[in-house]
Design a protein around this ligand. Structure first.
Ligand code: HEC
Ligand code: HEC
Length: 89
């Protein structure tokens, strides 16, 4: 009785560690590395100084929702927070 309980808790601990490692791997393999940054050019320069949420509303003036959906359909269903992924530095 005692040993089964111990085995069970060891198993739960291993499962816990595996889950943690999984989450960490997931976070480290997130888009960041390949995600293109907000480019420094005439189209985007004014977006660097603004509040993120204000700037994000302006993206769709040029990047239409259809275009954005097309480029992101394999990545995520929710792309509203552009600057969360496309960093400004
Ligand atoms: C004034 C028009 C305009 C606005 C506003 C604009 N963009 Fe762009 N953006 C462009 C053009 C033009 C390109 C180059 C063509 C393309 O890749 O679609 C581009 C390219 C990009 C790229 C690709 C860069 C690369 O390295 O390949 C990213 C990422 C991007 N824009 C993100 C954004 C985000 C995020 C916003 C809002 C914060 C935004 N853009 C607002 C016109 C604009
Ligand atoms: C969850 C992260 C994420 C969010 C949110 C996001 N993007 Fe992206 N975006 C990416 C990744 C990753 C790529 C590269 C896709 C690829 O090359 O297959 C990309 C590609 C792009 C490109 C094309 C760049 C190129 O080189 O052709 C543009 C333009 C762009 N995103 C604009 C936007 C805009 C505008 C928004 C907000 C409406 C937005 N993104 C939100 C992750 C994101």
């Amino acid at each position: 009785m005692h040993t089964t309980k111990k085995k069970k808790s060891i198993f739960i601990n291993i499962a816990f560690v595996v889950t943690l490692v999984g989450i960490l791997l997931f976070l480290f393999s997130a888009p960041e590395i390949t995600t293109p940054q907000l480019p420094r050019n005439d189209d985007h320069n004014r977006l660097f100084a603004m509040d993120k949420k204000v700037a994000e509303k302006l993206c769709v003036e040029c990047h239409t929702p259809e275009e954005v959906y097309e480029t992101h359909k394999d990545i995520t269903a929710s792309t509203n927070r552009c600057l969360f992924c496309h960093r400004r530095d």
